[in-house]
Design a protein around this ligand. Structure first.
Ligand code: ATP
Ligand code: MG
Length: 253
């Protein structure tokens, strides 16, 4: 069975996709890795240059009544293996409404997945039925946060959601940690915020990863060129930090 990591925070633009794609890139050097794009915006799919039209996507696997086996939705691309998103996923709430099994679609699909060591799931900035599907299918949640005044806004709601899923649907679920991303660390404000985040992580029964992810212009450049940072700029700050973060993550698992 693959180890399943979900990257979640319902705040937009915080660094989920950047974390998901970079982590998948790093893990794929160690074992067979699948990235699942569970965000209708499809940013991970875009970075991987995955097709979303006239191919099977996550929509066909978890929403469509035919429930296509997940292996038929995997695209093997230069950046790695991916199950692409579909804008139609935005309609999931309606489509799965009232279906008691609707929360378990992704778990069922991943139970059938063979040959993968790691699965990384990129999620949308919302607490919806797709996120529940991801949390029920995963073992570890990684929560990216930024060191600004609103860093921890909404985190309580995410935490309660994770705990509710853990209690009712997925006892194996735990929070791997909060990950400080887009970090400059230059100002005192940053440092104060870091301490605050650290203590909040403790309250949540988890930790703040020792590695913070610094910013680097190459990150955006790589995304625009549809490349993974590990190939495009392996020595930039952001990449070096993601590598150290991955070490930390794997050391405890
Ligand atoms: N370490 C970094 N250095 C520089 N820019 C970064 C870094 N991490 C993320 N960014 C930039 O921040 C923006 C938002 O990042 P990203 O798309 O990963 O966030 P997200 O949480 O997935 O957003 P959404 O909620 O819309 O899905 C992107 O333009 C990305 O290039
Ligand atoms: Mg994203």
């Amino acid at each position: 069975m693959a180890k399943v990591y979900v990257i979640a925070n319902q705040k937009g633009g915080i660094g989920k996709t950047t974390t998901a794609t970079n982590l998948a890139g790093i893990l794929s050097k160690r074992g067979k890795t699948l990235l699942i794009d569970a965000d209708p915006q499809g940013n991970s799919s875009n970075t991987y240059e995955a097709q979303i039209e006239n191919v099977a996507t996550l929509y066909d696997v978890i929403i469509d009544s035919d429930k296509l086996p997940i292996k038929e939705a995997i695209q093997e691309l230069p950046n790695g293996d991916i199950v692409a998103s579909d804008p139609l996923l935005a309609k999931a709430e309606k489509m799965l409404d009232g279906d008691v099994e609707g929360f378990y679609r992704l778990k069922d699909a991943l139970d059938e997945l063979e040959g993968y060591d790691y699965v990384v799931i990129d999620t949308a900035p919302s607490l919806n039925v797709i996120l529940y599907n991801c949390l029920i299918a995963a073992q570890r949640v990684i929560i990216p946060v930024t060191a600004d005044n609103y860093a921890l806004q909404g985190i309580d709601q995410l935490y309660s959601t994770i705990m509710a899923v853990k209690k009712r649907q997925n006892r194996d679920l735990s929070i791997a940690g909060l990950l400080l991303v887009k970090y400059s660390g230059r100002s005192n404000l940053d440092k104060t915020t870091r301490d605050e985040i650290e203590s909040r992580a403790k309250d949540m029964g988890t930790k703040l990863f020792g590695t913070s992810i610094r910013e680097c212009v190459k990150t955006k450049e790589a995304q625009e060129k549809h490349k993974l940072l590990i190939d495009y700029a392996p020595w930039c700050n952001t990449m070096v930090d993601y590598l150290n973060f991955a070490e930390e993550l794997l050391a405890e698992d």
